[in-house]
Design a protein around this ligand. Structure first.
Ligand code: AMP
Ligand code: MG
Length: 333
């Protein structure tokens, strides 16, 4: 039997009024989460101007970025990282729910997705000007810790505590997908009935298909060429891709990319070149694409096919493609 993974109970869907439709696509760019985000509106009901819609999206994304970034001095994630070992840290219900789901996803993937890699991420520091590989012994000491088992979540008080010192949270593999789930609901509540958000490797289709189309057709690209290896025929979904080309540096002829194998603390090396995951919920898609990249194709497909409503397109290092059972029906070249 397929397992069901939890999805956030976010806002109630707004009733969509298809009056006064404006059917010409309009795009808008926002730089947030250290990523360039493109919002494209296909159809709105005219109750809000495009400027209002884009303005609200920018505001929402900026607030989430601030709250969930490990690189600010304020915000709930930095509060947790700074204080959760000393005493439980009270956070908003949204952030509490996010951390709880991330711990569940860390367990579900047997630690391939691990939100407690903060100290390892800091050492690799992929966003620094002149990155170089960290000291091997320091990395070894941090590898394979499964520190998500050392997080205590108190549902009643809404607090997060760490039972061990020396680790911190990094939501880099999940925050974009989480933000997309929020953004989807906000956009719909503003009278948008058809839209697409492209969020650095995470694509969210929203609402009905663009005028004249029978489905959304989303390209799957697997490396820096951005060439499509195929397309997915989908309805409202989040499609997340994790691969070694998105963020990396080269040092003494070696490429070091940003997806870390928590068991080695080094960039993951599996048979997968690029992992694309699609499902309704953005957080699940984002976290699982990172996990699948780390796990390798055999384990990833076994897990994927055991989960309800989750599909995957995995491109291997030899450029062959492996599909989950359900993806065979919606992926075409
Ligand atoms: P993504 O592009 O969604 O695959 O996420 C990659 C980002 O997530 C990295 O830049 C790190 O901040 C963080 N990260 C890297 N490896 C992992 C991992 N195995 N589990 C959780 N987060 C990770
Ligand atoms: Mg991810």
């Amino acid at each position: 039997m397929k397992r069901i993974i939890s999805i956030a109970a976010v806002c109630i869907y707004a009733a969509i009024l298809l009056t006064g439709c404006n059917a010409k696509p309009r795009s808008y760019g926002i730089f947030c989460f250290d990523t360039y985000i493109t919002l494209t509106l296909y159809q709105t009901d005219g109750t809000h101007t495009d400027a209002d819609i884009f303005g609200e999206c920018r505001e929402l994304l900026t607030a989430l970025d601030h709250n969930l970034s490990a690189h600010t001095d304020s915000g709930e994630l930095s509060d947790i990282n700074a204080g959760a070992y000393a005493s439980p840290v009270k956070v908003s219900a949204d952030t509490y729910g996010l951390i709880k789901r991330c711990v569940e996803l860390s367990r579900l993937t047997d630690g391939a997705f691990d939100i407690t890699l903060g100290e390892i991420s800091k050492l690799w520091d992929f966003s620094s000007e002149n990155p170089s590989p960290p000291d091997n012994d320091t990395l070894k000491a941090l590898a394979g810790q499964r520190n998500y088992e050392n997080i205590v979540l108190n549902d009643k008080d809404g607090t997060v505590a760490f039972t061990k010192d020396g680790f911190s949270l990094d939501l880099g593999a999940a925050a974009k997908g989480y933000a997309l789930a929020f953004l989807k609901e906000r956009i719909k509540s503003l009278g948008v009935s058809s839209a697409v958000v492209d969020f650095g490797g995470n694509i969210q289709t929203i609402g009905a298909f663009p005028p004249g189309a029978e489905y959304y057709s989303v390209a799957v690209s697997v490396d820096e060429t951005n060439a499509a290896i195929g397309r997915l025929r989908i309805g409202e979904m989040c499609v997340s891709t994790s691969n070694a080309s998105r963020r990396y540096f080269e040092y003494e002829g070696e490429r070091y990319h940003h997806i870390i194998d928590p068991f080695t603390a080094y960039p993951a090396k599996s048979d997968i070149k690029s992992a694309t995951v699609l499902c309704e919920d953005g957080l699940n898609a984002d976290a699982l694409s990172t996990a699948f990249f780390v796990m390798g194709s055999d384990k990833a497909l076994a897990l994927c096919d055991s989960l309800y409503g989750v599909e995957a397109v995995l491109t291997l290092n030899d450029n062959s493609v492996r599909l989950s059972n359900g993806a065979r029906e919606i992926f075409y070249e």
